[in-house]
Design a protein around this ligand. Structure first.
Ligand code: BDP
Length: 683
């Protein structure tokens, strides 16, 4: 198994009585309607049933009096009253038909995938009464893909979009990509990098993008573009890109019209501006709202939206990067056009293995805020390390902001229920590429899957999502399912332990992989490692209390209370907020230094445990996938030890303390690990 089919594997169900029972309820697919989306729904159901049941189930136009089949209807009656636009309902009674209904064609499509999921995970289907409504309106993947086929932070091959071949050649893979996303309820795709090339707005590229849009449309997926703010200058020949300049406005309006001519359901624009050197409205003494509103105005005649990113920070040695987005954006609350959503990364810094939630969440009641999660493993070991990300996403979504009293979770900000947002959105930075299995590491398919499932329903648990994914993708053998889900559930914490325990962050070199906690020189202070961990002879960690940067003040008092006091601050966040002495006794009974060593060592050892656990599922999973993951785990183990050694040897130069028993001191020196990281940088 090369992994290409992802979780849409549809292998023949081996349990014969079960298969036959399913087959009795799936003798035909009745489809009323002819829209392309309904057609996709019926075809997908047919494909799924063909694989699972081993027979071709006919698609018929009308069930008439027949029973024992599956009826797909885009209905408007009383039974779909409780559904929202894209929601679905599955219902069945013995002796009758299974009905899959929705208020829209997309609802029916999502219902079909929900029904298939029932079969793929071995659930009963004869007494179905299941409804699903997405909690978030815009559920997007963001691809950081470039015109030349490279992907910024991609670890699974090249970009899926073959720009040089488009629009004439249409890779069949585009359709499979759309199927996979539709199966999760993802309804939008930003096809290009946020560090955007203006080329995407040329007539040549709009035609290519329109071709992709045509493939995605029958799967309920709309296309979006990241835009380069100075495009009016670069490709439009204007002298300025000032968002208040009438000619600039006209240029964007014309460009938008041009796009909609070819892509009538175009989703809108994603913008990274005045961030990490990307140009933006501030270059013209305008603010983010001026820039976003100008684009919103261009989109006004259409259904599209502007997603303006809040990922900003200035190269100012005196400021705390943690505070930057809140400082720049909260004063603009209320100033954004109604078509603008501000897209916020889950944490205040940058997709670290663990971060506290961004203090913007809850603090912009008049501006719809959307969540940006990183699915691609830029900071979690690329495609080698096995890190199941659902717990990262859930941890953030479930944290209480206390903005409107207890229970004001980040999820409620994002799903709009806290501030009655008029639009809601969520974005995941994709981990897909041209690797045959899409994500490099087969286990990383689960991250795409989990992101999509949570985008649809953030109340699902990480365990349940893992369980579903394993059953649909790897095996239904109960013991193996348990072993693998258990591995998944522990994988993130293990990674954090050997990588950034107790609230450490960003100990990276340029490519964000090789450990380099000693890195002290860069073009910007906040691009060094020492900026983040602040190790010195006294201790370790970034003081963000009132005696330090006071970033904590950006949170509500209830949140501050949890994190303000180093005695009671939960250990996962400790060094995010406090500079803690090496000899300080922590709640575990160990000193900071001993606790750090314990985490680094047990974290690295736990990868050995992962290897042993994985070895046990050999007979239950496909041999190719088994071998591939086995190999990756071996590398992960080696690298976990490298991480551990780098950190402890470096920090030891400050703590001046021995590695505590029972751990053995690394069998290499600080110079050795430094040399390794240097080599990593060579091209
Ligand atoms: C950082 C990545 C960088 C992205 C940036 C962003 O290293 O490549 O361009 O985020 O989100 O994590 O804009």
């Amino acid at each position: 198994d090369d992994g290409y089919r992802l979780w849409l594997k549809y292998n023949l169900i081996k349990d014969v009585p079960k298969r036959e029972a399913y087959a009795r309820s799936a003798q035909f697919i009745a489809l009323t309607g002819t829209s392309p989306i309904l057609k996709s729904a019926a075809e997908e159901l047919q494909t799924g049933l063909q694989g699972l049941l081993g027979k071709t189930v006919p698609i018929i136009a009308n069930a008439g009096n027949r029973t024992g089949g599956i009826v797909l209807t885009n209905a408007s009656g009383a039974d779909v009253q409780t559904l929202t636009k894209e929601g679905y309902k599955l219902a069945s009674r013995k002796g009758s038909n299974i009905t899959v209904s929705g208020k829209t064609d997309s609802g029916v499509l999502y219902g079909v995938f929900a029904l298939l999921r029932q079969l793929q995970t071995g659930q009963a289907i004869d007494n179905l009464s299941l409804a699903g409504n997405p909690k978030i309106q815009y559920r997007l993947l963001n691809h950081w893909d470039n015109t030349n086929g490279t992907i910024e932070r991609g670890y699974a091959g090249e970009s899926l979009w073959k720009w040089y071949e488009l629009p004439a050649t249409v890779d069949p893979r585009y359709r499979d990509y759309a199927r996979a996303n539709a199966s999760l309820g993802i309804n939008g795709t930003v096809v290009n990098n946020v560090n955007a090339s203006a080329r995407f707005l040329t007539a040549e590229y709009i035609e290519k993008v329109a071709t992709l849009a045509n493939v995605f449309r029958p799967y309920g997926i709309r296309i979006y573009l990241s835009v380069y703010f100075p495009a009016p200058k670069v490709i439009g020949g204007l002298k300025t890109a000032d968002p208040l300049d009438p000619e600039v406005k006209k240029w964007w309006a014309d460009k938008t019209n041009e796009i909609y001519k070819l892509i009538p359901d175009f989703g809108g624009f994603l913008v990274k501006a005045n961030s990490e050197g990307e140009p933006g409205p501030q270059d013209y003494r305008r603010n983010h709202a001026d820039g976003a509103n100008m684009l919103a105005e261009a989109l006004a005649p259409y259904d599209g939206i502007v997603m303006w990113r809040a990922f900003v920070y200035k190269a100012d040695p005196k400021s705390d990067r943690f505070k930057a987005a809140h400082e720049e954006f909260t004063p603009l609350d209320g100033q954004f056009d109604k078509k603008v959503i501000v897209q916020v990364k889950n944490g205040p810094i940058d997709f670290q293995p663990r971060e506290p939630f961004s203090p913007l969440f809850g603090n912009m009641p008049k501006t719809p805020l959307s969540m940006e999660f990183q699915v691609t493993q830029e900071y979690t070991g690329f495609a080698t390390h096995w890190v199941y990300e659902a717990p990262i996403f859930k941890e953030c979504l479930e944290t209480d902001t206390y903005v409107k009293g207890k229970g004001s979770t980040v999820a409620k900000v994002i799903d709009g229920s806290l501030h009655q947002y008029t639009m809601t959105a969520i974005a995941g930075v994709a981990n897909t590429g041209t690797d045959r299995n899409w994500t490099g590491n087969s286990m990383a398919q689960a991250n795409w899957y989990a992101y999509g499932r949570l985008a649809w329903d953030h109340t699902l648990s990480s365990e349940n999502i893992a369980d579903e994914w394993v059953k649909m993708t790897l095996t239904s053998e109960p013991k193996a399912v348990k072993t693998i889900t258990d591995l998944m559930m522990r994988s993130r914490e293990i990674y954090v332990d050997y990588n950034t325990p107790l609230g450490l962050s960003r100990p990276w070199s340029g490519v964000h992989f090789a450990p380099e906690p000693w890195q002290e020189k860069s073009v910007r202070p906040d691009w060094t490692a020492i900026y983040y961990h602040r190790a010195d002879s006294i201790g370790l960690g970034f003081d963000r209390t009132a005696t330090g940067s006071n970033a904590l003040a950006q949170y509500r008092p209830e949140v501050q209370k949890q994190w303000n006091n180093p005695e009671t601050c939960p250990l996962p966040y400790l060094l995010w907020f406090h500079h803690v002495p090496w000899t300080k006794k922590l709640s575990t009974g160990r000193t900071l230094w001993d606790e750090l060593c314990t985490r680094f060592y047990t974290g690295a050892d736990s990868v050995g445990w992962m290897q042993k656990q994985w070895a046990q599922v050999e007979s239950a999973v496909d041999p190719v996938i088994f071998a591939d993951v086995t190999g990756r785990l071996a590398t992960q183990h080696k690298e976990a030890i490298w991480w551990r050694d780098s950190w402890v040897l470096y920090l030891q130069t400050y703590s001046k303390q021995p590695i505590p028993a029972p751990f053995k001191k690394p069998d290499r020196t600080l110079e050795d690990v430094k040399a390794l990281s240097e080599i990593y940088k060579l091209r």
